[in-house]
Design a protein around this ligand. Structure first.
Ligand SMILES: Nc1ncnc2c1ncn2[C@@H]1O[C@H](COP(=O)(O)OP(=O)(O)O)[C@@H](O)[C@H]1O
Ligand SMILES: [Mg+2]
Length: 260
């Protein structure tokens, strides 16, 4: 039988009939699904949904940290490069220097120290942190710590970047700055990305596609393609198309967040 896709365009990640239930018996919580989705090579897919709808559950399954209850989630990687995940709380190590934090994934991969340091320093420079390589995370602001976490994830040049509300804890201004930085970075590297957020603005700025999840157990209830060609910049926030799409997505979400 003919292959359904040319090889280079196989989805990097695909979920089929995926569900997750926590616990069993009368206290069981159906957290997710059934849900189908796929992320194409080079695609930036954003998933938005109300609080508690199963977004982190989905990402943890994608990261291999949690098993599905039923269904499958498959990651198709071409080489030994890993998927990388940035946790909601971005857990960087306070006892390691900034450079050692960024080098962490490279050390795990046993990249030789000299090369690992060079790659770490390159990413630190790109994130505007060149002067802080030797500093300890406790001395950095929240936004700088977040950039360390992003540099650490990108330094391993992951085939798939998995991000769970990476900017949620930051103030509004810094959020916009980091959204724009991530936009530049991912447009330059074409990294396949699954990005979870509850911010509609963030999803529209960053996403090739935006999926909207229902309230728990989270299913996909809508899909939109922000109508902005790439490379795009944060200036799209000021366009009428942006405002219209945000309004439309907000209506969908509001129906989920506030039970009828
Ligand atoms: N380890 C767990 N044990 C029990 N319930 C859980 C666990 N993790 C998540 N849940 C529940 O599953 C639902 C979805 O959680 P989560 O995926 O964290 O939602 P979101 O990230 O969209 O806010 C919530 O009701 C949450 O309480
Ligand atoms: Mg979450």
């Amino acid at each position: 039988m003919a292959e359904p896709y040319p090889k280079h365009s196989y989805p990097k990640l695909s979920a089929h009939d995926l569900t997750r239930t926590f616990g069993r018996g009368p206290g069981a919580v159906d957290a997710l699904g059934p849900l189908d989705l796929s992320v194409a090579p080079g695609e930036f897919l954003c998933v938005v949904g109300p609080s508690g709808c199963g977004k982190s559950t989905l990402l943890r399954i994608a990261a291999g940290l949690l098993r599905p209850t039923t269904g499958t989630l498959e990651i198709r990687t071409a080489g030994p490069r890993p998927a990388a995940m940035i946790f909601q709380d971005y857990g960087i190590y306070d006892w390691k220097t900034v450079r050692a934090n960024v080098r962490f994934g490279l050390d795990v991969q046993r990249v030789p120290r000299r090369e690992a340091n060079a790659r770490a320093d390159d990413w630190l420079a790109r994130m505007g942190l060149a002067d802080f390589a030797g500093a300890y995370p406790a001395t950095l602001s929240g936004g700088m710590r977040q950039r360390v976490a992003i540099a650490r994830a990108l330094a391993v040049e992951p085939e798939i970047l998995l991000m769970d509300e990476p900017f949620a804890a930051l103030d509004a201004q810094l959020r916009v700055i980091l959204q724009d930085e991530l936009l530049d970075l991912t447009q330059a590297t074409r990294t396949t990305t699954l990005f979870i957020t509850h911010s509609l603005e963030e999803a529209i700025v960053l996403g090739d596609r935006v999926l909207v999840m229902s309230a728990r157990p989270g299913r996909i209830i809508a899909e939109r393609r922000p109508p902005f060609p790439r490379p795009r910049t944060g200036d799209i926030r000021a366009t009428p198309e942006f405002t219209a799409l945000k309004g439309e997505l907000w209506d969908l979400l509001r129906r989920e967040a506030v039970p009828a």
